[in-house]
Each structure stands twice: as C-alpha cells, then as structure tokens.
Design a protein around this ligand. Sequence first.
Ligand code: BES
Ligand code: ZN
Ligand code: ZN
Length: 479
Amino acid sequence: MNTIYTASITKEKKSNQIILCSSVDELSSLSSEEKKYVSEQIENKNNPAHINKLSYNLFIYKIDTSDNENLVWEKARISASGVCGTINKLKLKDVSISGSVDKGVLTAFAEGLGLSNYQFLKYFSDADERRNSLETININGLTENELNDLNAVVSSTLVARDFVNEPLSYLTAEQYAHDILELGEDAGFSVDVFNKTKIQALKMGGLLAVNLGSPNPPTFSILEWKPENATNSKPFVLVGKGVVYDTGGVSLKPTANSMDYMKCDMGGSATVVGAMAAISKAKLPIHVIGLIPATENRPGGNAYVPGDVIYMHNGMTVEVLNTDAEGRMILADALSYARKYDPELVIDVATLTGSAARAIGDKAIVSMGNASQKVQDKLIESGYRTYERLAQFPFWDEYQEDLKSNVADLKNLGGPEAGMITAGKFLEYFTQDTETKKGYPYIHLDIAGPAYNHAKKNYRGIEGTGVGVRTLFDFFKNI
Ligand code: BES
Ligand code: ZN
Ligand code: ZN
C-alpha cells in the first residue's frame, strides 16, 4: 500500500484555530474591531474569515442556521476545502477546530478538511516539495468513539481514492488483490483471494470471458468482517466492479478520449474495499462480506467477441453483443456467488454505464433495486447525510424485454434507452435462483458519474473521489 498523505485527526490542542459559530457577536475572544472586520469578510463571502494573530492564525466560520442540517454539514465540508488551501499556502502544520455549534457541524468541517488535504503524489519525483504542510487536525468535543469513527471513514475514503488513482501499470488484478490483503491486515478484515484456476473451477464464465483478451490473470477477492458482537445473523454482502482497466475490448471504446480515465473502472470495488476498511477500523457490530471480481477488459489474444455465448456461474447463457458491456459480465458471477451466503441484503457498486453519468452527471449516485423501499430509503437517507446523494430509478420488470436474445437466455446489451436500468435488470437475474426466481434483497448503485473528477472539486478532490464509502459506512452505522 502506498502512504496516504493526509492529516490525522486528534484531540490534542493546536495553536492555529478555526472557530465555528452561528453569530460573530457571540465570540467574546474577539475585540469589537475584529468582530467588525470578520463580519465584513463573511458578508463578502470570505467565510471563513482569516485573522493573522502573529503568533497563530485564526479562522472564523459562520454557519447559516436557516439551512437544513444536511446542507449545513455540506457547506461546512466545502468551506473546509477552501481553508485547507489557505492553511497549506501559509505552510501551517496543525489546526484546531472548535466552537459552540452542533457536534455534527464540527465533525463535518473536520471531515471536509481531512478529505481536502488528500494528495496522490506517488509518481512525482519532487513529491516532498509538493506535499501539503497540514499534518494534524484537532477537534474538540468528540468522544473517543466518535473520533475513531471519523478517522476510520476519512482514511478509508482516501484508500479508495488511492486505488482509483493507481494506473494499470501498477494496479493489475493480482496487485490489487495483494494490496487488499495488506489493507485487511491493517484494518482488521480477513481476505481470501481466488486465482484463475479456482475461478475456472467455480465456472465463473463471465469473469473468465472478459479476461480472455488480457495477458494478466483475473482474481476474485472475498473480504470479511465478522465480529463476535454482530447483530445480524444473515450477512450483508457488498459487491464491487473491479475492472482495473476498460478499453472496451474488441468493441473498442467509441467515445473520444474516454479511455484516458478508464483506470477508474474499478471504482465500485474501491468503494467496497474502502467501506470494508472503515467498518472494520470502526469495529461496527455487523457481519459484512465484500466480493471483488477483478480483471482488465482488453482486445488482445483470445478476447471474447460480439456473438459469443458465455456460460455464466449460475448456469445461464449470455450472448455478448458488445464487449464494452463487461462490468455486468463479471458482476453477474459475483452476484450469483453471493447467493451461497443467504444474505440479508446485497448492494453492488459499479462504474457501470455511461447512461447513468449522462442522466445525472457527477452530482449523485444512480440507485435502483428490489429490496424493500424501507431499506432503500435508509440508504437514500445516508446519502443525504454524507451528501453523496442517491437518485432512485425505476426497477420495473418491463425493462427486461430489452435483454431478450435470439440464441441465449439473455444478451449483455439493452436497447438505446435507459441503459442504466437494463444493466441493473440484467444483474438482477443473477441474484435469483434460476428455477424458483426467488432471490435475496438487492440494491444496485451505478457510480459512473461521481466516481471520478476531471477537475478539482472542493473536498471531493480530483480524479478518484472514493464516492460511496461515507454513505455505506453511515448506512451500516445506523442499521
Ligand atoms: N466502464 C464503462 C462505463 C463508464 C462510462 C464508466 C463512463 C465511467 C465513465 C462500461 O463498462 C461501459 O463501457 N458501458 C457501456 C455499456 C454499453 C456498451 C451497453 C456504456 O455505458 O456505454
Ligand atoms: Zn465497458
Ligand atoms: Zn467498464
């Protein structure tokens, strides 16, 4: 694993101060002149206002109490990313966050600061000169447990970003599995990696078909967190798309420059790995399993081609009509494998379709599923709290019509419309018993839009965002 260059969040008091308040007048430590200056700055949208106290720096951030709570928190995270820039420009090493406001706002501000301070410097020769000065963030008023949870979720989101940011020249499927093993030792979850021979023995035809065009073998990693005090008897299962690079295969990607960022196509699995790390670091009392099918999608050698019919892990046959619809081929086998756990709920996360990104852009996660609406609403609520918002799409059986093949049980390509939904409906087949059609409760998250930023976007950063880690962690914390 490469090092994560972010600040750790501690209880130790530091000299530089960020004070959060709902009114500047309430700050008794400021002189009336300072209050006037701060109020003017904030009115001019310089919120937080900055005062150089010579021996230390003071930032005053005023929250708008008229906003709803989720937006108050999000504004705190965003404004923390602005402060992060100033702190590093001033070469400050540490900062303390305090104030007579709700714990949630303080936490959100610290979270935003921790996430904003992330850098991916591994490949720069002058990494040391580029490294941010900020090393420690102090936060007042949290319990040991709250602090631990905050550190767990921030550091694990950054682990997910690291994985997305790693190019194929480093992160092959085998390297990925190896790094997940190392992370598991550190975070506390166990890892079992299936190699190609084992994958062949399990007849994971979808994963093997996608892998055919690549010189590097596939892997299938199983991550597990099973504490003694788990409150669920049936496990939760998270499944993540681990396409370490997507060329489209022989149906080579048609969109100009879209291959430039296809190292991000394992983003769904990075979210699952990050969520598993956060859950186990925070020692949440739930039994969770993560499944990661991983491979490149390449047009080389013996690559699968349109027209091929593939025998999948669950025994169904799939006619391939576009090799660029590879995510569903490898996820289908993982979802079918998940049935052996008799899970309480399965959530998959994937950079699955361009249509999801076109429909809602980078502002939200496309969600759909057949789990009870109550459960789906829980996840949607978590998405509002973390501001990784979910937009729920329909999951009606009528969309299955687009998946009918002339020669096989299904084709891997839907019609020209609603591509994100036909992809989800394709996956649903593999969550069910092929005979009884009974399956486990299922939620599908398509993160093709928000997984990767082409330009820096506040605390969400540039390139890999680690989207979904905070939402899944919040969901499992509140279950
Ligand atoms: N990895 C892509 C989807 C994607 C697009 C991820 C943009 C991130 C950003 C996926 O494998 C893909 O190519 N999907 C095709 C499916 C189509 C051929 C049915 C798509 O969406 O165009
Ligand atoms: Zn593809
Ligand atoms: Zn893909």
